[in-house]
Design a protein around this ligand. Structure first.
Ligand code: SF4
Ligand code: SF4
Length: 455
């Protein structure tokens, strides 16, 4: 079996039915044919162009521990938000216009940007005091072509939200903001192409702590120009006491969120022994992204086609547990898994499990975590010559997700025990197709055959 036959203790195949979803598949193919091939630029990149440049072309940079702790705390609060505010709207809603993309924290009647802070500021001073928050919100409004957005500031500390500020901001011209976004995206693409940061404005938060400055990667002095400010587009600011009260009551229960848990991603449940070695002896990341292509690869084209529908059609689904930390993305409310394959032929529905069990398992885990009983598998075939043959959509239906919940629970515990006891051999070994490229072969000695297998 291509998946290595490492899941026999979890009899999950009997609960699963796989079928080709022709109408939806055809809709995706039509979208794929309309993709532009341009590299997308995200809103967070447009707020801070130089870090976006370095993330693609600079050397790996360590995050200062204090900043990492703030990021972890922010993640925890966002996860909490997902669990408790899912009724309010779509979470992490994808929106795309032209080659510009955004993930809106919460899409209700307005786009909502959620921030965490040590304290709130007077609403009328937000454009001056928190320009990057206002700028990001303005960009989401521009992508949606809506004039009003909401800034939700959560004031929290270890496991508790103490206060919430909800403020609606109206922007004079979303179109003007969009044009400024397009201008910045052009600057960034040109800088990537020239492999030179010189034409990019410095960040608005210069001097307030930056990993690229601390690592000596970015040499900005503070005298460089900044971007044309978007906060100047704000024409009205309204405090929303009604929203503040509602959100505070939803979030006021204390919560626990352990970001140091053993499982971060679903693939760690599939391949726990590899996860063990990645955790105890991580392989350093590549030195830089120099030479990285600005053309879209197939995965990026698939993502573009999926996200090219109405805003919020692709959004994060609320999880029932805090692990894995990886989000479950849904399409029209159904869990979605997107993968590319080097297989020469598309899988017939009945051969998916024997030939590539990892896809069904990973989707099953995502369904178990979100309480869904079906999911979409989008497969992109890299060797195909036309878009029609390049994209396949399969629908997987589960009579029950109990075997996947069990797999999740038991492998989480096994990985945790193996890390504690330094005992990787106690973990299920990976399938044979992973052995050839595995950097841990000498330490692990799994005994797998390092033959290259086409998945
Ligand atoms: S050093 Fe300055 S311009 Fe460079 S990434 Fe940091 S804040 Fe931005
Ligand atoms: S050597 Fe084999 S079992 Fe061990 S981590 Fe690598 S692929 Fe997995």
């Amino acid at each position: 079996m291509a998946g290595g036959g490492t899941f026999r203790e979890f009899p999950w195949e009997a609960v699963l039915r796989v079928r080709d979803d022709d109408p939806l598949g055809s809709e995706f193919v039509a979208r794929l044919e309309r993709t532009t091939g341009d590299r997308s630029v995200g809103v967070t990149d447009l707020v801070s162009l130089r870090p976006a440049f370095y993330r693609m072309l600079g050397p790996p940079v360590a995050m200062p521990p204090a900043r990492q702790a703030r990021i972890d705390q922010g993640r925890a609060l966002h996860r909490l938000l997902g669990a408790r505010l899912a009724r309010e709207g779509a979470l992490e809603a994808r929106v795309r216009r032209g080659g510009l993309v955004g993930r809106i924290d919460l899409l209700t009647d307005v786009p909502v940007e959620v921030k965490t802070a040590g304290q709130t500021v007077e609403p009328s001073t937000l454009p001056a005091e928190r320009p990057e928050h206002v700028e990001q919100l303005g960009m989401y409004c521009a992508l949606l072509d809506r004039p009003v957005g909401r800034l939700l500031t959560l004031v929290g500390e270890a496991g508790k939200v103490r206060d919430v500020q909800a403020v609606d901001l109206a922007f004079g011209s979303p179109e003007k903001i969009y044009l400024e976004m397009a201008r910045r995206a052009d600057l960034l693409r040109a800088a990537w192409k020239a492999e030179s940061v010189d034409g990019l404005p410095r960040c608005p938060w210069f001097g307030r702590g930056c990993e690229f400055a601390e690592a000596g990667v970015c040499s900005c002095t503070g005298t460089e120009p900044t971007s044309v400010p978007i906060p100047g587009e704000v024409v009205r600011i309204d405090s929303r006491e009604d929203i503040r009260r509602r959100v505070l009551s939803e979030l006021s229960e204390p919560f626990s969120f352990d970001v140091s848990g053993p499982v971060w991603r679903f693939r760690e449940i599939l391949y726990p022994r590899r996860a063990y070695f990645e955790r105890v002896s991580p392989v350093p990341e590549g030195p830089s992204g120099r030479g990285i292509t600005l053309e879209k690869d197939l995965y990026a084209r698939l993502t573009e086609s999926l996200e090219s529908g109405p805003a919020g059609e692709v959004a994060v689904l609320p999880s029932r547990a805090t692990e894995p930390m990886e989000e479950v993305v849904g399409f029209r409310g159904t869990p979605l898994l997107v993968r590319t394959s080097r297989a020469w032929q598309p899988y017939r529905a009945e051969e998916l499990v024997p030939r590539a069990p990892q896809y069904a398992l990973e989707l099953g885990l995502r369904c178990a975590l979100t309480g869904a009983t079906s999911g979409y598998l989008v497969l992109g075939y890299e060797r195909a010559e036309t878009d029609r043959d390049r994209l396949q959509l399969l629908t997987l239906e589960f009579d029950t997700v109990t075997p996947f919940s069990r797999l999740l629970r038991e492998r989480t515990r096994a990985l945790s025990d193996a890390l504690r006891d330094a005992a990787p051999a106690s973990l299920a070994r990976c399938p044979d197709w992973m052995v050839a490229d595995c950097p841990y072969r000498s330490e692990c000695g799994c005994g797998g055959s390092p033959a290259r297998v086409t998945r």
